[in-house]
Design a protein. Structure first.
Length: 240
């Protein structure tokens, strides 16, 4: 079995009187693209926030590269090779595209390589090059999603967490974003993808988990899951 880059065991998250995550177990191996799918409110985002320290788990453990993340602040994770693109993108609206990319490399001090990586991001996301001096807050939702992904990649992550990257985007832009996700995974970046668009997520992923009401209810090979009648009925709008 491949090395587990991320391993979550018995994760519980409760806040505001809501038991959002109920004993979740999942793992992401080196080099995988793993999808976590489920309806809105299933607990997917809460799981990611607990992994990254944005929410304190009430029980369970999170290990990254074999080391517990208990007590590790979210701001410390980038230096360890773990980056997250949050739901809603979270770009620095009053900074330019170029400045946002530079912020993605804040934990690095290899100036020449940072400049080379900025150039690489412009090759991957040509629309960002065209608008390099534009304020990020004036961009469309799809362009901001591209920028958020590029900014995260500027940290040279070993593990990239993506939270609902297709949310609020036009169908054409959704396809573009997923093309980029597949491209990034093809370059060896390990990805945990949280996504409501089950079809695209399963088509892109190696393995997948289905989350319902705070619990993992299915897991396995993504292609197999894509053809499972239960998944097709619940998440692809087909009759069982």
């Amino acid at each position: 079995m491949a090395e587990a880059l991320l391993e979550v065991k018995g994760l519980e998250v409760a806040y505001g009187g809501i038991h959002a995550v109920k004993g979740v177990d999942l793992r992401v191996d080196e080099g995988e693209l793993v999808a976590l799918i489920g309806a809105n409110g299933a607990g997917k985002t809460s799981t990611l926030k607990a992994v990254t320290g944005l929410l304190a788990p009430s029980a369970g453990s999170v290990h990254y590269r074999g080391v517990s993340l208990a007590g590790v602040g979210a701001h410390q994770l980038v230096g360890r090779g773990l980056a997250m693109v949050p739901e809603g993108r979270g770009v620095f609206a009053r900074m330019t595209i170029e400045e946002n990319l530079q912020m993605g490399a804040f934990a690095r001090d290899d100036t020449a390589e940072i400049a080379a990586d900025v150039e690489q991001m412009y090759e991957v996301f040509p629309r960002l090059r065209e608008r390099a001096g534009q304020l990020a807050g004036t961009m469309s939702g799809g362009e901001q999603q591209m920028l958020a992904m590029a900014r995260a990649l500027m940290s040279r992550p070993r593990l990239l967490l993506l939270d609902e990257p297709s949310m609020g985007l036009s169908p054409i832009m959704v396809q573009t974003v997923f093309d980029v996700i597949r491209n990034v995974a093809g370059k060896g970046v390990t990805i945990l993808l949280v996504e409501q668009n089950a079809r695209l997520a399963l088509e892109a992923a190696n393995r997948a988990y289905v989350m319902e009401s705070g619990k993992i209810t299915m897991e396995g090979d993504a292609a197999t899951m894509l053809s499972d009648p239960r998944v097709r009925a619940a998440y692809l709008g087909e009759e069982a």
